[in-house]
Design a protein around this ligand. Structure first.
Ligand SMILES: [Zn+2]
Length: 261
């Protein structure tokens, strides 16, 4: 039994050992080029969440990882089979309901750990602010917390099923990364992306929700072929150590009226 994983512990333990912080991993179920599994984003979120909770817990922080939500927003991947969608408004309701389940039992700090680029939870934090005594924190692990180390390690991290996600898979779930039996090469294509007809959109000045079947060939956005398990370990272990430091601080912080300042 790992005391920092809610699905593994029992009420006999929980009733005498309250928690200060909960971590909610958010994943997705979607194709990832031709070589990574549909569960990639969920596997990644659970790896980052469970390991950072472990490190923080073993340093004395009362943190617990909630079971993950394995679905994310996929409206723009709908042209591909079994990209399983939950709308942003549905996900917002799910998070709100889970927050309401924590609040009466003294868990007043929640970290939402997001692993899917199609999920956008900042509006959820804004909407719940003032309506709950639970303080919400958000980490998209593939963005700010890992941006500097991604730049050092990867030639081109990629957007979806590219070098970074493939390196993550090779390091932590290699049994689900498909390779050609003869050559040992990834069964992936090069993850090339088509530009739109608008220069301002291609430059990122104007944003759209990108129809993935027009953007990509086999859903991959970013070239995965330079990925190695070593690169994946280096980046992910950095994220875990940074998150664990934050969780230790968060668990210890007192909820006075100026929190979190
Ligand atoms: Zn992904």
């Amino acid at each position: 039994m790992r005391e920092w994983i809610l699905s593994e512990i029992n009420f006999g333990y929980v009733k005498d050992h309250p928690y200060d912080v909960a971590v909610l991993p958010m994943g997705a179920t979607e194709p990832h080029n031709l070589h990574l599994p549909y569960g990639t984003d969920t596997f990644e979120s659970v790896e980052v969440a469970s390991r950072s909770c472990e490190v923080a817990f073993l340093r004395g922080a009362r943190v617990v990882m909630l079971p993950p939500i394995p679905y994310g927003t996929e409206t723009n991947l709908g042209a591909f089979p079994l990209a399983m969608n939950l709308n942003p408004s549905t996900l917002a309701l799910v998070i709100g309901d889970l927050v309401a389940s924590l609040e009466p039992h003294g868990v007043r700090k929640l970290l939402v750990l997001n692993g899917h680029g199609g999920n956008d939870f900042k509006p959820v934090l804004r909407e719940l602010y003032g309506k709950t005594r639970v303080h919400l924190f958000l980490c998209d692990w593939f963005r700010g917390i890992s941006a500097d180390v991604q730049k050092q390690v990867f030639a081109e991290p990629g957007d979806h099923a590219g070098e970074m996600e493939t390196a993550f898979g090779l390091a932590y779930f290699p049994q689900f990364v498909a390779r050609d039996e003869k050559t040992g090469k990834l069964t992936a294509d090069a993850g090339a992306m088509r530009p739109t007809r608008f220069d301002a959109v291609n430059r990122g000045w104007i944003s759209i929700t990108r129809p993935w079947h027009l953007l990509t060939t086999n859903t991959g956005a970013g070239n995965p072929h330079a990925a190695t398990a070593e690169k994946g370990k280096e980046v992910v272990e950095t994220i875990i150590s940074r998150l664990a430091d934050f969780l230790v601080e968060l668990a210890a912080a007192s909820l006075d009226e100026r929190f979190p300042f």
